[in-house]
Design a protein around this ligand. Sequence first.
Ligand code: HOC
Length: 363
Amino acid sequence: DLGQLISLFDMEEKAAEILAKPSFDYYASGAMNEITLTQNREAFDRISLHYRVLRDVSQRDLRARVLDREIDMPIMVAPTAFHQLAHPDGELATARAAKRAGTVMILSTLSNFSVEEVAATGASVWFQLYMYKDRGLTRALLDRVVEAGCEAIVFTVDAPVLGKRERDIRNRFECPPHFNMANLLPEDDAASRPTGSGLAAYFADLLDAAISWRDVRWLAEQTKLPVFVKGIVRADDAVAALDMGASGVIISNHGGRQLDTAPATIDVLPRIAQSLAGRSNASGYLPTLLMDGGVRRGTDVVKALAAGADAVLLGRPILWGLACGGEAGVAHALNLLREELDLAMTLCGCRHIGEITPDLFHA
Ligand code: HOC
C-alpha cells in the first residue's frame, strides 16, 4: 500500500526490498567512495531556512516557470537510464505520472522505450542527449527527438567517459539480455543488439571523450529547440554554456556517479546563480537554472529555489516510485514531494514561488 510510504526515504527502503540487489545498486550507487553521493544529501541538511512569520499563508500557489512555460510545481523528472529495471512499464509509467503531476519528464537517451513511444503518452518530454563519436548518429537521433515533439534538449557533459561505480563492478551488473535501448539501436533489428555486459561496452564505446564547448555551439545550431547543458558545477562553465548558445544550465554532478569528491550541487548553486544574474541567453531571455542531486524533502526544494534555481530535478526517487508501484508509485513520489514543498513554503511564509528568496537560505 503506497499510503504507508510517507516519505521518499520510505520509498527507497521499500524499493531496496523489492528490487534485485544489482538493479537497486545500479540506481542507488555513486562513483568510488560515494563521497559526492553522500554529500549531495548532507549539504542540504547543513543549510538552515530562516523562515518569515505572519504572512497570511492560507493560500499557496506552487506553479513555476521554466523556459516560456508554466509547470504545476518546480519539480521535474531527471533523466535516468533503464526504467524497466524497476518496472515493466518503464518510462511509459514515468511519463504518465509526470503528466498527471503537471510537470516535465526529461527522458534519458538510455531509455527502454523509444522517444516516440514516450512522447505519445502526451507528457511534456525533454530529451537528454549524449554526444556520440559519430555526429551523424547524434544528428539522426536529434531529428527523431524533434519529430516526436520533445520540447528541449539536455546535453549531458559530465560523462566523457563513465565513472567508476564499484557496486556495479562487485555485483557484475549487466543489463538483462535483449534489454531494449530504443533510442540507440535500430528497433527492427534485434539481431544487431548487443546483450548483457556487451550493451554497456557498446554504449561506452559510442561516447565521445573529445566533446568540447564547440559541441554545445554545434548542438544549438542543429536545432531550434532550447538546449540545456547538464553536469555543471562551476560558475565559469555556466557562463560559457550560455555564451555557446545554451538556453539554460543544469547544476548536476550526475548524482555522484561520475567524479567522486565533486562538490555537492546545493553548495555551488548560490555562486553560479549569482554569476548568471543579469545575463541573458542566446534568445535574449533570462537563462533557466535547474539543479539536481540529493533532493528528497520539500525543504530541499525551497533551499534550491532560494539559492537561485527555477526548479529541481528528481532522479532516484522516481525509480523508487516505479519499483513500488509503476505509474501510481511515481505519482506518489511526486505528490509526496509536492505536499512537502507546500508545507515548507507555508512554514517559511511563502505564498508563491516568487516569495522563495535568497534571504531564507543560510549555509
Ligand atoms: C550500462 C550503460 O547516465 C548512468 C547513466 C549512464 C550509464 C550507462 C551504463 O547510469 O549514470
